[in-house]
Design a protein around this ligand. Structure first.
Ligand SMILES: *Cc1c(COP(=O)(O)O)cnc(C)c1O
Length: 428
């Protein structure tokens, strides 16, 4: 699952003690495990080897340059959703041929930057956007490859905020409209419509929504080929789940077993496959360390008030997401064997783990069974690598946390903690 384990009762990331990191860089801080990143990328590459996919890591899941660079070194491309992420991907050393760009609201300057960089694929989400891309390409006398994002209308059975492939979402176009789309734009000389793109949601804990969506996309492709269109790329998107609880998510091999056989015939006939995993690579590769400032009891409720809240990790309050939270130095009886919503040890106490912000919605966990904690204890919020730091805010003038990348017994601060000067640096 990952390289965060309790050794002699104390939480380690690879061979580095979590406490040593917090002592050196302070809290809150994000800690990433390089070995976990590399391993998760490798598992996807190996599982899908039969279809030789271009694996484009989703930058929005965790955009830290050193994290991106680690994955570029593994051979990953990058999936970007803004001009800022395109810049980030290039700064991390990703070659343009490895970059795919999705997003419903691409601005002219962002499209121009993508054309200038010569990226592999622009994923187009509407007729109006295609016309704009074609216009900009024509004016630059450039060519680019585009894939039409289709909406396969399958339910990924995940949170409504991260359901992206059903009819009522803003993404892509319905399959019925896709044929008309190719008839209208499929022969453009500058914006060359050469592919189909899907991204059904995240996290998708079962494999059948992928099977349904891929079958629909391949059937559409057959129809388009029969009409004489070129459809050489199928981008299957991201959304593979992560182990927020031990053993909860299908493995890369399980997703591949479900999807690869459906893709194989088309791949043998020349179809190029793109995958856009984010969460499944980086979620388990990161934790958030936060220190308990106060323990407060009111009535029969206990609050562990920490130095990180929704500003550092938005997922619990925004998506109602579960993150396993545990002290980095629990008593011997409380060393966890698994990460689960309902640990069964004797002597746990129910508490809300909350942040310091002036919001009732500022929490990391509600009604959670945890070992008793006291002021000064360091807590680890697990599986926080994806959509953690990348969604962090400065609300309540909270400087953004530090980020640390661990490699064995060494660790490097890959983003320094922000200062109060940073908070006001862009203002006058
Ligand atoms: C967010 C996103 C992804 C990554 O999703 P994960 O769940 O992190 O794998 C991939 N493709 C697109 C278009 C996205 O918007």
């Amino acid at each position: 699952m990952d390289h965060f384990t309790y050794e002699h009762g104390s939480l380690h990331c690879e061979r580095t003690a979590a406490e040593a990191i917090a002592d050196a860089v302070g809290s809150p801080c994000y800690v990433y495990s390089k070995a976990t990143l590399v391993e998760h990328h490798r598992r996807i590459a190996e599982a899908f080897a039969a279809v030789q996919p271009l694996i484009c890591y989703s930058v929005k899941s965790c955009g830290n340059l050193s994290v991106c660079r680690t994955l570029v070194e593994c051979g990953a491309g990058m999936d970007v959703v803004s001009g800022g992420e395109l810049y980030r991907a290039r700064a991390a050393g990703c070659s343009p041929e490895g970059i795919v760009y999705a997003g419903v609201g691409k601005r002219d300057d962002e499209i121009a930057a993508a054309l200038d960089a010569g990226i592999f694929l622009l994923n187009v989400e509407s007729e109006a956007e295609f016309e704009n891309i074609a216009r900009i390409a024509r004016e630059k006398n450039a060519t680019c490859r585009c894939a039409l994002r289709i909406n396969p209308d399958v339910d990924p059975k995940t949170h409504r905020f991260t359901t992206t492939g059903t009819k009522e979402t803003k993404f892509g176009v319905d399959i019925d409209r896709a044929r008309a789309f190719f008839r209208a734009y499929g022969h453009d000389k500058h914006a060359r419509l050469v592919g189909l793109h899907l991204h059904i949601g995240s996290p998708v804990y079962t494999t059948d929504p992928y099977q349904q969506a891929v079958r629909k996309a391949l059937a559409l492709r057959e129809e388009l080929l029969a009409e004489g269109f070129e459809v050489t790329v199928l981008d299957v998107g991201g959304g593979f789940a992560a182990d927020y609880e031990t053993g909860r998510s299908p493995s890369a091999a399980e997703y591949a077993r479900a999807i690869v056989p459906i893709l194989e015939p088309a791949v043998r006939a020349g179809l190029k496959i793109v995958l856009e995993p984010g969460r499944s690579i980086v979620a388990n590769a990161g934790i958030l360390l936060t220190r308990v400032q106060y323990v407060k009891r009111s009535g029969d409720k206990t609050f562990a008030i920490c130095d990180a809240g929704m500003n550092a990790l938005l997922r619990p309050s925004h998506y109602d997401a579960f993150h396993f939270i545990w002290p980095t130095h629990p008593d011997a009886a409380f060393v966890p064997q698994t990460r689960t919503k309902e640990p069964t040890m004797q002597g746990l106490v129910q508490m809300d783990v909350v942040g310091p912000l002036c919001e009732t919605g500022d929490y990391l966990a509600l009604d959670r069974a945890m070992p008793p904690v006291e002021r000064g204890d360091l807590l680890a919020v697990f599986t926080a690598g994806a959509y953690g730091m990348s969604m962090a805010s400065r609300y309540n003038s909270s400087p953004l946390p530090a980020e640390v990348l661990v490699d064995g017994e060494r660790f490097t601060v890959v983003r320094r903690r922000e200062t109060y000067e940073d908070l006001v640096a862009h203002e006058r």
